[in-house]
Each structure stands twice: as C-alpha cells, then as structure tokens.
Design a protein around this ligand. Structure first.
Ligand code: PMV
Length: 330
C-alpha cells in the first residue's frame, strides 16, 4: 500500500495498546476528554492497517472493516475524519479500508489501533502534516485510548483541563527498546463484547458508588507507574498496575446494572498469573473492558507465562507480542 497525498490516498499501520493505569470515565463526552490520565504500552504484533482514499463522488464516507461494509460505525468515523477535513478546508468524502490482525472489539483495543491508523492515513490523504500531539488530540476524539496508539513503547495520556480539550493528549514516556517487556494475551472469548467502553464508562460514572473513589485514586497510581517505568522497577509496576486494574473493575462491578466483563477463564488466568509471580516469575496481569487477560512479562519470562496460560481451561488462543512503534505510514 503505497503512500501518496497527490492521489488522495494514504495507508498507515498502528499497534494496539493497553493500559497499565486505566482510562475509565469521561470528563467531557462530546469532546471525548477523559476524566483521568492513563499509562499504556503499545504492541507490535497486534495492529490495524488502514487505507484512506479520497472519493469526490461519494456523498458519505464508507468503511470496510475486515472485508465487511460497516455502515453502523460510519457516524463515529465521519466525526473523526471531519476534524481533519476542517483542518484541510475540504469537504471530500473518504473510503476507509481497514484490517485488524486480531479479534475486533473483544477487549483487545481495536478502537485504539483503528483510530490511530485512521488519523495517520487520513491526515496524509488530505495533504496535511500534523504534529504527533495534534494527531493524538484528533485520535482521542475517535477513541480515548487511540490517542495513546499514536506513540510507541510506554505512553502517558494526560486528561488535561482546558475546556476545548487542547491539553488532553498522549506523550511518549519510554521507548520500547529501553525496557523491552513482552506480553501474552489469553483470549477467552471471540465475539464482540456486549457493553462497549463508552456506555460502560457512562454507566459506571452515573451509578457506581465506587466511581468517585476510582477517579480520586488515579493521580497517585499514575505517579507510581511513571516512577516504576523510569526506574525499570518491574515489581513496583506490577503492584500498581494490578491494583489499578482491579479498582477499575470494582467500580464497573458496582455499577447498576452491573458491568461484569470477565468470564470464568479470565479469573482462572488471573490466579495463574498470581501463582507464577509468587513462584518468582516476573509477570503481572491487566484486564480491559472484555474477558481477555493480558499478562505483562519481564524479559525472559514470556515462555513460561505463555505455556502456563495456554493450559488454563477456557483459553481459546494465546497471542504474544513485544512492544512496538507508534502509528506509521506504510
Ligand atoms: O478508548 P476506549 O473508548 O476504547 O476506552 C478504553 C477503556 C479501557 O480499555 C478499559 C481502558 C484503557 O485505558 O484502555
């Protein structure tokens, strides 16, 4: 997929990311400004590839995702592309052809890599050159976690406080090669999740008695994770990441109706990771708004973690990845 802005066509690839200190809750739903900052890692083996073609004859944008027309998603895609159309001063519609190399929307952050790749490709197709920060701000308005997939390695998303969302963007913390952690992802269900993160967050914020405590606990967790990453202190990162993940899910469990993203295999994997760590293996877990468990491994720990999680009943597939780069043109 060659890149050219003269032809109004460009393609980009972005890696999925998942958070070690989670984003859960919005300060401004319209601008998609998060209520809390977050810290994530970007992966190299799970990615979205997206091609954007300007189509002057089309009256509305079109999306083909994994070979299927997705008219149900086009409104959100168009809203994000509108931000770039406005910057470019044009009104041309686009055809977006996108492919994930991993299960879509099952808690594997397809929206993160999806919107990051879309923004990177569409920007170029429209002949724009944005700074990484501007890209992150546009991607955020597609999906909060997408703001982070603009960058590689360890990434921090700032919630920001400006009413227009102009200080709500992600920034790189540490490059992948500076601390080459690896991940194993235990896939325990393959369908699309029932409650997306957007409505899950709204429901948690409006009904969970633990939501306020969740938000209040975020600044110290971010500080602890930032310090652990700077010091390459795996044990400290493990402690804050697992605590933060369980706090997010505790807030979700306590929503009304409750949000239970886990299945039995998710819980079995969680115990397996805890047993491994108790036995001296440098690994910790995190879980997003879906039933997959992500195990983060220090260099050298992946083989035993992979073997252990594969043997957990209910694990359908095991994916592994190193940390990877930010969104790039192809
Ligand atoms: O960016 P969204 O709307 O897909 O929300 C992401 C929410 C979590 O994955 C649960 C947490 C996170 O920080 O990625």
């Amino acid at each position: 997929m060659a890149t050219s802005n003269q032809s109004g066509r460009a393609a980009a690839r972005a890696g999925a990311n998942f958070a070690l200190v989670k984003y859960w809750g919005k300060a401004d739903a319209r601008l998609n400004v998060p209520a809390v900052g977050s810290i994530s890692i970007t992966l190299d083996a799970l990615f979205t590839e997206t091609e954007v073609q300007l189509e002057p004859t089309l009256r509305s944008d079109e999306l083909v995702l994994d070979g299927k027309r997705r008219d149900e998603d086009i409104e959100k895609i168009s809203a994000c592309v509108d931000l770039l159309r406005r910057k470019a001063g044009v009104d041309t519609r686009v055809r977006v052809t996108s492919r994930n190399n991993f299960p879509t929307a099952a808690g594997l952050a397809s929206s993160a890599s999806g919107y990051a790749a879309l923004v990177r490709a569409a920007e170029t197709a429209f002949g724009l050159t944005l700074t990484p920060r501007e890209r992150s701000i546009v991607a955020r308005q597609g999906s909060g976690s997408a703001a982070r997939s603009i960058f590689g390695g360890f990434v921090e998303m700032r919630a920001g406080s400006a009413p227009d969302g102009s200080d709500s963007f992600a920034e790189p913390l540490l490059e992948s090669k500076e601390w080459p952690l690896e991940v194993a992802i235990a896939v325990t269900a393959k369908g699309e999740k029932e409650i997306g993160s957007r409505s899950g967050m709204t429901r948690s914020a409006s009904s969970s008695p633990y939501y306020a405590a969740w938000v209040a606990g975020q600044p110290p967790d971010l500080a602890a994770a930032r310090a652990a990453i700077r010091a390459r202190d795996f044990a400290a990162l493990a402690e804050v990441a697992e605590h933060n993940c369980l706090k997010m899910h505790a807030a979700a469990f306590a929503a009304l109706p409750p949000l239970v993203y886990w299945n039995g295999a998710t819980m079995e994997c969680l115990h397996a990771v805890r047993r491994l760590r108790a036995a001296g293996v440098a690994v910790f877990f995190t879980i997003d708004a879906g039933p997959q468990l992500k195990a983060v491994c220090a260099p050298g720990a992946l083989t035993i973690v992979e073997r252990t999680l594969r043997a957990v009943p209910g694990v359908l597939e095991l994916l592994t990845s190193a940390l990877g780069p930010g969104a790039e043109l192809r």
